[in-house]
Design a protein around this ligand. Structure first.
Ligand SMILES: *Cc1c(COP(=O)(O)O)cnc(C)c1O
Length: 396
């Protein structure tokens, strides 16, 4: 199998050569002053991507799941009540983690393919006159279903109920690919990772934390050591880490932020929207349905696509892998066997997306799906041609 074929799973994403090279560094003394010169600009750059001036940035050596654990253990105590809606595998896993930490989890079960139910949250919070609910936890982009939730609407619901709960948001598969406005949306903790929008190797949990969440640390009694924000804050203030930092990833982060700012965050978001729209045109030309139930919640980083009745989505992704050496996302949880996913985030171009659509079309045709070979390609090609950015004036 050629490792030149792009990945179409929604993380880890394709690593640009520039970032792979940036991570190729010799070990370095992390207590020497030049470490701080690399590291401190990363914290500043992350603030821009999270959309925060008020908040602090924390980088832990972990995957995104570790970021969830840091968020809850630093702010909550055993038995604390939290409010979470389940509408996919990732919101489900965050619920599971809260339960295993001994939190009292109020779960709102929603149909998979829908997003965070702001009105229902408001209803539950209004009924909580004693303010027993300490936090509302929301998955911004549910990677299992390709649904993006409206975080500003959730904050509005919390405010409408005049409720003091913290708002914690999983933005692992949205940050640096879709707009995120931590301060404007009133997010208290935003959790992300290095291997999706940042186009890097897995291994950094990246968090944005508000003043209010920082204040909650003093009374939070869930056990924590490795993930304690206070240890990280005091070490960061001296330009270092409370333990050995993942140096190569921090070099990668510095370069990743450079790349994002060179392209411009708005241009990065517009590119993701355009590529996602090309994929959606293809899905519609195939006559297939997205799991996401309505256009205003379509994710620009991943599309989950129902296979027709009588077909198994896992057989399709397995065939695409074995026959063509291309990976697509499998159906997770309730979507097991029913839907496959096309990840379209990170380092991707029109041409790369077209190659993925061509590969999955071949796989579907091989397995006798009722689609016309080439139909999705043509729909995406037409959309990409028509929505192409005008060439810069100095282009040759
Ligand atoms: C990828 C992902 C995570 C984190 O997964 P890790 O494997 O721990 O990095 C969390 N939430 C969402 C929505 C994700 O897409």
């Amino acid at each position: 199998m050629s490792d030149q074929n792009p990945l179409f799973i929604p993380g880890p994403t394709n690593m640009p050569d520039r970032l792979r090279q940036a991570m190729q560094v010799q070990s370095q003394d992390h207590r020497a002053p030049d470490f701080a010169q690399t590291f401190l600009p990363v914290l500043e750059g992350c603030k821009r991507v999270f959309g925060t001036e008020e908040g602090d940035i924390f980088l832990f050596p972990a995957s995104g799941t570790g970021g969830w654990e840091a968020a809850i253990t630093n702010t909550l105590s055993p038995g604390d009540k939290v409010l979470i809606a389940r509408y996919g595998m990732f919101s489900h896993r965050w619920i599971d983690m809260c339960e295993r930490h001994g939190l009292d989890v109020h779960v709102i079960d929603c149909a998979w393919g829908t997003g965070a139910p702001a009105a229902l949250f408001q209803h539950v919070l209004e009924a909580d006159a004693g303010h027993r609910i300490k936090a509302v936890l929301v998955t911004h982009n549910e990677t299992a279903t390709g649904v993006r939730s409206d975080i500003a609407a959730v904050r509005t619901a919390i405010a409408a109920a005049s409720h003091p709960a913290l708002l914690m948001v999983d933005c692992v598969s949205s940050l640096a690919s879709m707009p995120f406005e931590m301060d404007a949306w009133g997010v208290d903790i935003a959790v992300s990772g290095s291997q999706k929008g940042f186009m890097l190797a897995t291994g950094l949990a990246i968090l944005g934390v508000s003043r209010k969440a920082i204040a909650a640390i003093e009374t939070a009694r869930l056990p924590r050591t490795f993930f304690d924000f206070r240890d990280m804050t005091s070490a960061n203030a001296k330009g270092g880490f409370p333990y050995t930092p993942p140096l190569q990833l921090i070099h990668g982060m510095r370069e990743s932020l450079e790349m994002l700012f060179e392209e411009g965050l708005d241009a990065v978001y517009a590119r993701h929207h355009r590529l996602a729209e090309g994929v959606r045109r293809a899905v519609s030309a195939w006559g297939l349905d997205l799991v996401a139930q309505s256009p205003e919640i379509y994710s620009d980083t991943v599309s989950a696509i129902y296979v027709p009745e009588g077909f198994n989505s896992n057989a399709l992704t397995a065939h695409a892998y074995h026959a063509y050496g291309v990976s697509f996302g499998v159906g997770l949880g309730q979507m097991d066997g029913k839907a496959f996913r096309i990840g379209h985030l990170g380092s991707l171009t029109d041409v790369m997306v077209l190659s993925g659509l061509a590969a999955i079309e071949m796989a579907m045709a091989d397995l006798d799906y009722p689609i016309t070979l080439g139909s999705g390609m043509v729909a995406a090609q037409n959309y990409f041609r028509q929505s192409r950015a005008p060439a810069p004036a100095n282009a040759v």
